[in-house]
Design a protein around this ligand. Structure first.
Ligand code: FMN
Length: 219
């Protein structure tokens, strides 16, 4: 733990990144309030995004009957019903249409002039609105992955555990939870307090996966 300039106790960043593990068994008696989840999401959404469009959206599934409905869609993974909540991270394909709001607020706060905000917003809407679908989706997936990782680290920093899940049927998820085609499911994130620690995992050596300045000719 360290005390920040604001006097808030926070764990060391190294402990957060080393302490995060995919947790698949949760203490079912631990629930998070909407205020707590909102606080985690506030910190998670400080993540960067392409043109600061923040195309991520979150469907928080916390009611028991809804987690039970989700479980078979997520291939019966036990964490879906054990965790306090499952957060469906979505990408909004129309998220760029909020450019006015995003840059307008930046202007109000004095981060840029009204004129710059207006021109950024116009350019953003026109540029993102004319991108081929695959390119737009790739950008949204990238932003969605970044905010997901930030959410998992924020949760750990607050003493909670998570597991990201790509193991689910996206079409069934969309149908069961009234998610229109405007939204792309990015991943599910189970959130709660571990009942059993996540098992340790290994990582590839950096020298096997990193190339300084140029790619090797033989790989
Ligand atoms: C995009 C993505 C999808 C994943 N899907 C699942 C999943 O469906 N179920 C699961 O139990 N773990 C899932 N995992 C967790 C990985 O298995 C885990 O991150 C990896 O084994 C490394 O372990 P660690 O997270 O504890 O470091 C997923 C991870 C990622 C990044």
């Amino acid at each position: 733990m360290s005390t920040t300039q604001t006097g808030v106790n926070s764990p060391l960043f190294a402990d957060v990144i080393r302490g995060r593990r995919s947790v698949r068994h949760y203490d079912k008696s631990v629930r998070l309030s909407h205020e707590q989840i909102t606080e985690l999401l506030k910190e998670a959404t400080l993540a960067p995004s392409s043109s600061n469009i923040q195309p991520w959206r979150f469907l928080v599934i916390e009611k028991e009957e809804l987690k039970e409905k989700l479980q078979p869609i997520a291939f019966n993974q036990s964490q879906v019903t054990e965790a306090a909540a499952v957060i469906v991270v979505l990408g909004d394909t129309e998220g760029y249409k909020r450019a006015d709001q995003i840059y307008g607020e930046a202007a109000e706060r004095g981060y840029m002039t009204e004129e710059t905000a207006k021109s950024f917003a116009e350019r953003t809407v026109s540029m993102y609105g004319s991108l081929p679908k695959e390119v737009l989706h790739k950008i949204i997936h990238t932003d969605g992955g970044i905010v997901s990782q930030q959410l998992m680290l924020v949760a750990r920093a607050h003493g909670y555990d998570t597991v990201p899940m790509g193991g689910y049927d996206a079409a069934q998820l969309k149908a069961a939870f009234n998610i229109s085609d405007r939204y792309i499911p990015i991943m599910l994130i189970a959130l709660g307090k571990a009942a059993k620690p996540g098992h340790p995992t290994t990582r590839l050596p950096i020298e096997d996966i990193t190339f300084f300045n140029e790619m090797p000719a033989d790989k």
